[in-house]
Design a protein around this ligand. Structure first.
Ligand SMILES: [Zn+2]
Length: 172
């Protein structure tokens, strides 16, 4: 998919263009392609971008390290300023009632917007922070017998044994 040259949006109907996207991102493991659409509207000083997408992504469980599938839905909206906010003075920032941190997304007025890249970022933002295959996931199985047979090989166990000795030295 070709990036859009931002001034071309001004000539589009309602200054809006919609892109249907069905793609596979090499950086993201998915069971199904990412399917969705991105709509971009030129609002003179900024672009209004809306996107929806769905995919089944393959994640790795934080507890048991097994791969599992997760249905991901993206429903995002973002404003992209068509100027370089770092060039704004303090007065201008006050007038706009925004801080520089809010303006991380910006593009030159004669720049290019890439719907596919934008969608990729939204998909990444929608990934769950905590990746657990199942709420009941017990994690990596631990060999309990081995733990009890050699309690001192673990430093935490060693500390506990020391404490026990301090509390009841006659047992030692
Ligand atoms: Zn798991």
């Amino acid at each position: 998919m070709d990036p859009i040259y931002v001034p071309h949006l001004l000539k589009a109907r309602d200054r809006t263009r919609t892109f249907d996207i069905e793609t596979v991102f090499p950086e993201l493991e998915t069971l199904t392609p990412v399917r969705g659409s991105v709509q971009v509207k030129h609002c003179t000083t900024y672009l209004e971008v809306q996107g929806k997408a769905e995919a089944i992504v393959t994640l790795t469980c934080d507890r048991c390290l097994q791969h599992y599938n997760h249905r991901l839905t993206v429903d995002a909206e973002e404003l992209i300023w068509l100027e370089d906010p770092t060039e704004w003075g303090d007065e201008e920032l006050l007038e706009r009632e925004v801080s520089v941190e809010d303006l991380v997304e910006n593009l030159a007025p004669d720049g290019h917007f890439e719907p596919r890249t934008w969608l990729y970022e939204q998909v990444c933002l929608a990934l769950p922070q905590r990746q657990i295959c199942d709420e009941a996931c017990a994690g990596i199985p631990v060999d309990v017998q081995q733990e009890t047979a050699n309690p001192l090989r673990d430093r935490r166990w060693a500390a506990l044994a020391k404490l026990k000795h301090q509390l009841a030295p006659e047992d030692a």
